[in-house]
Design a protein around this ligand. Structure first.
Ligand SMILES: [Zn+2]
Length: 132
């Protein structure tokens, strides 16, 4: 099945959302699940999909955006925002920003104001090379 938008598997032990992909879940009968974070084994029969609280910024999907996170400006193509993080597709790979650090998300070019001194644009700080 395809991944339902707006839902997430949440670990029953540590409450981590998105701890499991739907693809992985579909193989749970053959291959016992365990949480990558707390390493608890999870009975897949007890799992349920939680609704992601909001899907803000849905309208930004696929657009060039500028995200301020921990004082650094990131640019990329908006992929999604969840309860946990903001995902962008940067020039060299994924940019995944913990939601707690993100102070603003806006469409690139929406405001023509120059960037204030002291802010800088940097290459993606972290990305998963395997997704490239
Ligand atoms: Zn867990």
């Amino acid at each position: 099945m395809s991944s339902p938008q707006g839902y997430t598997f949440r670990c029953p032990s540590c409450d981590t959302p998105n701890f499991l992909s739907t693809v992985r879940f579909s193989r749970a009968q053959d291959d016992p699940l365990h949480c990558w974070k707390c390493e608890a084994f999870v009975d897949h029969a007890t799992l349920r999909l939680d609704t992601v609280r909001e899907n803000r910024h849905q309208s930004l999907m696929g657009r060039q955006v500028e995200v301020m996170a921990a004082g650094i400006l990131y640019r990329g193509t908006f992929v999604e925002m969840t309860d946990e993080d903001v995902k962008l597709r940067g020039p060299t790979g994924w940019i995944i920003l913990p939601i707690g650090r993100v102070s603003s998300v806006k469409e690139a070019g929406a405001a023509k104001a120059p960037f204030p001194a002291g802010e800088k644009s940097v290459d993606p700080g972290f990305y998963d090379p395997e997704t490239e």
